[in-house]
Design a protein around this ligand. Structure first.
Ligand SMILES: Cc1cc2nc3c(=O)[nH]c(=O)nc-3n(C[C@H](O)[C@H](O)[C@H](O)COP(=O)(O)O)c2cc1C
Length: 288
C-alpha cells in the first residue's frame, strides 16, 4: 500500500450513503486482516467482526461521540485478548484496516466506546476476548457541506456545518523534539528535508486521527532512536488515549518502514533521560 498517499487521503466521514459494500470487497478486507494487517504485538490473540446496517441503532447507542450518530452501512469490531498493550495494538491494527478501506475507496470513521461488555451484549458477541476498537465504514456522501466537529469536550461537542472539512492538526514541528522534551535544538538537521524518512514519517504521524482530535503525544528524536511520548490530556479516556497512540505509531511506522525496513517498537523501553514534564509518559522507543 502507498501509505504516504493513503494517509493524506483518509479523513473521518460522518455522513454515508445507503450504498452497501459488496461481498468481494468485504472479503478483501477480511483477507487483509487475516494475512497482512500490521500488528504491534503479534502474539496477541485478536478477532475481527463485521456488522451491517441492522446493528446500526443498537451499536450507535452504545458507541460514538454522544448525540452524534454516524449511520454507516458497515462496522468493524476488533476484539482482543486482555493485555496491558491491547488497545495500543488494536489502534495500530484498526488504523491499518482503515487505510486498507481508504485504498478500497471506502470512507470510514473511528467510534469511541467505554464498555466492552455493553458492546458485546448489544451486538450479541459471545467471545472470551474484549472489544478493543470499533470503526464505521461505507461510502461517504458527496456533499460540499461537511459536518465538522468543533470539539471542546465530550459533553460539549459543538457541531457546525462548515465548507472546509479538515480539523487543524499539530504540525511536524509541534510534534517533534530533539534529545529531550521541549528541545528544538538542531531539529532542522533531522527534519529539514521534505523527502527524508523522518520528515515523511512524522508528517504521516501529524495526520493521524485521534480521539477528539487531541493528538496528545509527541516524538523525541535522538541520534539513532525515536521515542513516542504521551502527553496528559483531560479529555482522553484510557482506552481512547491508548488507541490514539496505536494509531500514531502505525502512521509513523508504515511510512518509515518504506524507507528503513522493519521497525521494532519496544513497548517497555528503559527510562531514558528525556526531560519529561510531570504526567508525560514514554510509550515506545525504536532504533531508526
Ligand atoms: C480512538 C478514536 C475514537 C474516535 N471516536 C470517534 C467517534 O466516536 N465519533 C466520531 O465522529 N469521530 C471519532 N473519532 C475521530 C476523530 O474525531 C477524528 O480523527 C479527528 O476529529 C480528526 O479528524 P480526521 O480523522 O478527519 O483527521 C475517533 C478517533 C479515534 C482515534
Amino acid at each position: 500500500m502507498n501509505y504516504a498517499a493513503l494517509i493524506q487521503n483518509r479523513k473521518s466521514t460522518r455522513e454515508f450513503t445507503d450504498k452497501q459494500v459488496s461481498f468481494p470487497t468485504l472479503e478483501a478486507i477480511r483477507g487483509y486482516y487475516l494475512n497482512k494487517v500490521h500488528r504491534l504485538v503479534p502474539e496477541l490473540k485478536t478477532q475481527l467482526y463485521f456488522f451491517g446496517t441492522e446493528t446500526r441503532d443498537a451499536l450507535e447507542r452504545a458507541a460514538g461521540y454522544h448525540q452524534f450518530l454516524i449511520g454507516a452501512p458497515q462496522y468493524l469490531v476488533l476484539m482482543s485478548e486482555k493485555h496491558p498493550a491491547a488497545h495500543l495494538n488494536a489502534g495500530f491494527m484498526m488504523e491499518d484496516l482503515i487505510l486498507k478501506l481508504t485504498e478500497l475507496e471506502l470512507d470510514s470513521c473511528w467510534l469511541t466506546f467505554t464498555d466492552s461488555e455493553e458492546i458485546k451484549e448489544v451486538l450479541g458477541i459471545e467471545s472470551d476476548l474484549e472489544v478493543a476498537a470499533i470503526a464505521a465504514f461505507g461510502y461517504g456522501k458527496k456533499t460540499v457541506k461537511r459536518i465538522k466537529l468543533n470539539i471542546r469536550s465530550m459533553s460539549d461537542i459543538d457541531i457546525k456545518t462548515k465548507y472546509r472539512y479538515m480539523e487543524p492538526k499539530r504540525s511536524v514541528r509541534e510534534l517533534a523534539f530533539v534529545d529531550s522534551w521541549g528541545s528544538k535544538k538542531n531539529l532542522e538537521n533531522y527534519i529539514g528535508f521534505f523527502d527524508d524518512m523522518l520528515w515523511e514519517a512524522l508528517y504521516a504521524a501529524s495526520n493521524s486521527p485521534s480521539y477528539l482530535n487531541r493528538q496528545a503525544y509527541g516524538f523525541v528524536i535522538r541520534n539513532g532512536s525515536v521515542s513516542l511520548i504521551s502527553r496528559p490530556d483531560e479529555y482522553n479516556t484510557e482506552i481512547d488515549g491508548d488507541l490514539s497512540l496505536g494509531v500514531v505509531l502505525l502512521h509513523f511506522t508504515a511510512v518509515a518502514e518504506h524507507w528503513a525496513g522493519k521497525i521494532r517498537w519496544n513497548l517497555q523501553p528503559e527510562e531514558a533521560d528525556l526531560g519529561l514534564p510531570e504526567g508525560h509518559k514514554l510509550v515506545a522507543a525504536a532504533a531508526i
